[in-house]
Design a binder for this molecule. Structure first.
Ligand code: IMP
Length: 199
């Protein structure tokens, strides 16, 4: 019997990336958009990416009665002592846009030299099943913060993030190239291997 797996993310950009990364598994993968009367989004009250990933996956698994995967991810900038970190989505304040966040990050990095512009994206990918199976994978991609936004692919901080050993930002790379290198690609490839042991 084909089992159903729900991608528990209300962030449309992320849900689309996850659907791509979970393609061709022996599960029917569906998004929250397929459900009517969805409960309100949970508040991301965790202090770590792991806590928030589990919080989202278990919240929806309980309410929908289906196994769920969720990710929590963000950008850690060394010159800013790890900020924006778990607050990456709302760095510039509640309801802010990706542009607001990028503008705030560029302002915070004004005058910071190339060697000090190191940063990483972190992703925790969590699975919560119906029989108390819980599993999380963590992955990172190292890089640095550009001096201006470049490129229109991807989402969030992609136009400002140059992965290590590359000159283009994630925003300038086609999605397949980003997936090969990215924190989310790496974490979900590991989670896929785990899911294959369950099916
Ligand atoms: P979350 O929905 O709480 O996990 O928030 C993740 C936030 O981190 C997003 O809204 C983006 O601002 C940022 N982020 C996470 N992953 C990426 C990525 O792959 N590219 C660009 N920004 C990202």
């Amino acid at each position: 019997m084909i089992k159903t797996l729900v991608i528990a993310s209300n962030n449309h950009d992320k849900a689309a990336e996850l659907a791509e990364l979970l393609r061709d598994l022996p599960w029917r993968v569906c998004s929250l958009a397929e459900f009517n009367d969805l409960p309100q989004e949970p508040e991301e009250t965790g202090q770590t990416f792991e806590e928030n990933a589990f919080l989202k996956a278990s919240y929806y698994a309980e309410r929908l009665g289906l196994p769920c995967v969720a990710d929590d991810s963000g950008l850690e900038v060394d010159a800013l002592h790890g900020a924006p970190g778990v607050l990456s989505a709302r760095y510039a304040g509640p309801g802010c846009s990706y542009n607001d966040n990028n503008a705030k990050l560029l302002r915070a990095m004004e005058g910071v030299q190339d060697a000090e512009r190191t940063a990483r994206f972190v992703c925790c990918a969590a699975f919560v099943g119906l029989d108390d199976v819980r599993h999380v994978e963590r992955a990172t991609v190292e890089g640095r913060i550009a001096h201006a936004c470049r490129g229109s692919h991807g989402f969030g901080y992609d136009p400002l993030f140059i992965p290590e050993d590359h000159t283009q930002t994630f925003g300038e790379m086609p999605p397949e190239r980003k997936h090969e290198l990215s924190h989310r690609g790496r974490a979900f490839r590991k989670l896929r291997s785990f899911l294959e042991t369950l099916s």
